[in-house]
Design a protein around this ligand. Structure first.
Ligand SMILES: Cc1ncc(COP(=O)(O)O)c(C=O)c1O
Length: 418
C-alpha cells in the first residue's frame, strides 16, 4: 500500500503526456512496482520541497542568463503582471508599449490598473524609440518593449531614453528567451525581464514564465505578489520591514511538474538558439531575393533567436501574393480576409472600446487616470504598413544543412515567379 500522496499512478499519467507506448509503460510500471517504491514525491509545494525543481530551475535560469534573480511563475502573462505590480505601476500611471505584440502585454498593463499608451513599431518590428520618446507624459511610469518573433528591440537607446525620463523598463521577452542585444541576453536589459514558457515558445513547460530582475527589492515584491503575499521574505511571519513589502497578491506559483520540464528544456536552449541561427544563415545564403523584397534589418542580427526569418517587401501587394501562394508566412489574412489577429493593436477590441470586467470601467474611468488616450483602429498606420509588408519564414532547429539549402532555393524561386 502506497503511503505517499503521489506515486506510480500519477507518474504513469505524466508519462502518458509524453506518449510513451503502452508496452513500454507497462514494463516501467512493472519495474517500479516490483521495487515497491514509495516515491518520495509528496512535496509538490515548492517552498516545502527541499529538492524543489522550481528552485533549481530559477537558479539555473538566472545563472544562464546572467540575472541576479529569476522568479518562476505560471505564465508569461503572470510574469508581466507581477513585474508591473512589483515596479509599483498602478492607478493613474501610463505604460508605453508597441502596437505589435501579443495582446497579453497590453492586458497585463490594464490588469495592473494602469493605462496603456500604444505607439508605433519601426522596421525592426519592435518599439520605435522615437515613437516611445514622443509619447512620454508626466504620467508615464514605465516602458514595455517587446522582442517580437525573437527579434531584439533597440535596448541601448530605449534604456537611455527611459533613464533620461526616470522611467522603469519592463522587457517583454516572452518570445525571445535566449536572444540577445549587443551580447547581453534579452530580458536582462531592463529593470524587469519577462519570459514565457508556454508550449510554443523557444523553450516551454506547457505553461510557465519567468520574472528576471537584478533588484533584491523588486524580486521580493514580485515574489510576494506571485505567492498571494505569503511572502517568504526571509521571515515569512515577520512584520513588514519597510513600506511596500506587504500587500495582497495572487497565486502565480509555477508547479513542480512544469519546473521539471522547464529545467530539461533549459539545457537545450543553447543548442536551439545556435541551430536556429545557423539555419537562418544557411537559408539566407541560398535564397537570393528578387527586386521588391529584402531581408528585414534587425536591431542586432547576431542576437536574434532565429526561429523566424523575416523579410520586408516593398509593397503589401507583393507581400500578400507571396503569403497567399504560401511561399512565406505573414499577416495577409488579417488584412485581406478580415481575420482578427491578437498581435496587432488595431484588432484589440477590448482596448479600442475600453471593455472592462465591471461597469465602473477601471482603470480607464479611474479618477486618477487623466487624458486617457483615444484608441482608434486607424491609429498606428506606420505599424500597419510594416506588418502588412512583412513576410516570415519559420526555421526549425532540426533542419539539416541540405534542407536549409533546399528551402532557401525554393523560396527564392517562388518569390521570383510570384
Ligand atoms: C509577446 C508576448 N507577451 C506575452 C505573452 C504571454 O505569455 P503566456 O502565454 O505564457 O502567458 C506572449 C505569449 O504568446 C507573447 O507572445
Amino acid at each position: 500500500m502506497q503511503k505517499c500522496k503521489y506515486g506510480i499512478d500519477e507518474l504513469m499519467e505524466v508519462m502518458d503526456v509524453f506518449n510513451v507506448p503502452a508496452p513500454a509503460a507497462a514494463q516501467i510500471r512493472a519495474i517500479l512496482s516490483a521495487q515497491n517504491p514509495e516515491p518520495n514525491a509528496g512535496v509538490f509545494f515548492r517552498y516545502y520541497n527541499p529538492r524543489s525543481k522550481t528552485e533549481e530551475f530559477e537558479r539555473c535560469f538566472a545563472a544562464h542568463l546572467g540575472s541576479r534573480h529569476a522568479l518562476a511563475v505560471n505564465s508569461g502573462t503572470s510574469a508581466l503582471i507581477a513585474s508591473l505590480v512589483a515596479a509599483g505601476v498602478g492607478p493613474g500611471d501610463e505604460v508605453i508599449l508597441p502596437a505589435y505584440t501579443f495582446f497579453a502585454s497590453v492586458s497585463a498593463v490594464v490588469v495592473a490598473k494602469a493605462i496603456p499608451v500604444i505607439v508605433d513599431i519601426d522596421e525592426s518590428l519592435t518599439l520605435s524609440p522615437q515613437a516611445f520618446e514622443k509619447a512620454i507624459t508626466p504620467r508615464t511610469k514605465a516602458v514595455l518593449p517587446v522582442h517580437m518573433l525573437g527579434l531584439p528591440a533597440r535596448m541601448d537607446v530605449i534604456v537611455d531614453i527611459a533613464r533620461k525620463h526616470n522611467l522603469l523598463v519592463i522587457e517583454d521577452a516572452a518570445q525571445a528567451c535566449g536572444g540577445s542585444y549587443q551580447g547581453k541576453y534579452l530580458g536582462t536589459w531592463g529593470d524587469f525581464g519577462c519570459i514565457s514558457l508556454d508550449a510554443y515558445k523557444v523553450i516551454g513547460a506547457g505553461e510557465g514564465g519567468v520574472v528576471l530582475t537584478d533588484s533584491d527589492w523588486y524580486c521580493m515584491r514580485a515574489q510576494s505578489y506571485h505567492d498571494t503575499a505569503a511572502c517568504w521574505r526571509p521571515d515569512r511571519f515577520g512584520k513588514e520591514r519597510q513600506p511596500g513589502e506587504l500587500f495582497c497578491g495572487e497565486n502565480y506559483r509555477m508547479s513542480e511538474l512544469a519546473s521539471a520540464v522547464a529545467l530539461a528544456q533549459l539545457r537545450k536552449l543553447d543548442w536551439i538558439i545556435s541551430s536556429c541561427r545557423r539555419n537562418c544563415s544557411l537559408i539566407r545564403a541560398n535564397c537570393p531575393l528578387p527586386a521588391g523584397v529584402k531581408w528585414l534589418e534587425c536591431a542586432d542580427p547576431d542576437g536574434i533567436c532565429g526561429y523566424t526569418l523575416p523579410l520586408l517587401f516593398a509593397d503589401k501587394e507583393f507581400s500578400f501574393r507571396a503569403q497567399n501562394a504560401k511561399i512565406v508566412g505573414g499577416n495577409a489574412g488579417d488584412a485581406t480576409r478580415g481575420v482578427r489577429n491578437w498581435h496587432m493593436a488595431w484588432h484589440w477590441e477590448h482596448i479600442l472600446e475600453q471593455k472592462t470586467a465591471t461597469a465602473e470601467g477601471c482603470p480607464f474611468q479611474c479618477p486618477l487616470a487623466n487624458a486617457v488616450p483615444r484608441y482608434h483602429a486607424d491609429s498606428w498606420q506606420q505599424s500597419r504598413d510594416i506588418i502588412h509588408r512583412m513576410g516570415t519564414i519559420s526555421v526549425s532547429p532540426h533542419l539539416t544543412a541540405d534542407e536549409c539549402k533546399d528551402l532557401g532555393a525554393k523560396i527564392s524561386a517562388g518569390l521570383a515567379h510570384c
